[in-house]
Design a protein around this ligand. Structure first.
Ligand SMILES: O=C(O)CCC(=O)C(=O)O
Length: 224
């Protein structure tokens, strides 16, 4: 399998200056940060996620298969697991989000688990996140960090983005222009609150586990 798409060009750089956003993010509305997480962190998060799924299934009245068929998203991770809570402060990720938002006071306000087991048929429709996050002020700086805990190939149901769709003015792209970053476990995609994105079914035989962390600029609040 091709490991990554050709446009995923920027290397992970936790030392990005908070005043210097990568050009990819400004023009496209998203940027891939390959290998941002060290292997030990990826392994620890994966184990924490698997244990959390086991606990949530045990607490439900459902079989594991039924739970996995119904639950694709688990919000408010900080209250559910200490490893996942601590990850919200992971310094390479916080530094990257601050650099991209050009705001040294930006911080993570929440994280969710997004699951697509092998064969998951769920198709997430095109949307942008800003209306869902109910921000104050409404135009405040905000981004999502999509953290790959597994390899994301062409058939895994990974995110698709319409480059430039976050920019003001008439729609700058259409679905045929969409691009899908191919990711390795430990890669991160930062996407703008206004960029259009969707995800398709997981047609592969492998899990697609991801974390979504929301970062807000200084003084910005979310009422979601
Ligand atoms: O992981 C997915 O499939 C969807 C995630 C998403 O839509 C988001 O982060 O806004």
């Amino acid at each position: 399998m091709t490991r990554r798409s050709g446009w995923a060009s920027r290397s992970a750089d936790s030392s990005m200056s908070p005043t210097e956003a990568p050009p990819d993010f400004a023009a496209r509305g998203f940027v891939v940060l390959p290998g941002l997480l060290d292997p030990g962190t990826v392994q620890g998060l994966g184990a924490a996620v698997d244990a959390l799924i086991d606990r949530l299934v045990a607490r439900s009245s459902m079989t594991r298969a039924r739970w996995l068929a119904l639950i694709q998203q688990v919000p408010a991770l900080a209250g559910l697991d200490p490893t996942l809570a601590t990850f919200q402060q992971y310094s390479p990720l916080v530094a990257s989000a601050r650099a991209v938002l050009q705001d040294p006071g930006a911080r993570c306000v929440s994280s969710s688990l997004v699951l697509k087991p092998p064969g998951c048929s769920v198709h997430l429709v095109w949307h942008s996140d800003r209306p869902l996050w109910r921000l104050d002020p409404p135009d405040g700086k905000a981004l999502a960090a999509w953290v790959a805990l597994d390899e994301v190939g062409a058939d895994s149901g990974g995110l698709r983005y319409i480059p430039g769709s976050h920019l003001p003015g008439p729609p700058s792209g259409d679905e045929p222009d969409a691009v899908s970053p191919l990711l390795a476990a430990g890669d991160v995609v930062l996407h703008h609150a206004d960029v259009a994105h969707s995800s398709g079914p997981n047609r592969s035989e492998a899990w697609r586990r991801g974390l979504v962390l929301i970062f807000l600029g200084s003084g910005v609040r979310s009422f979601a």
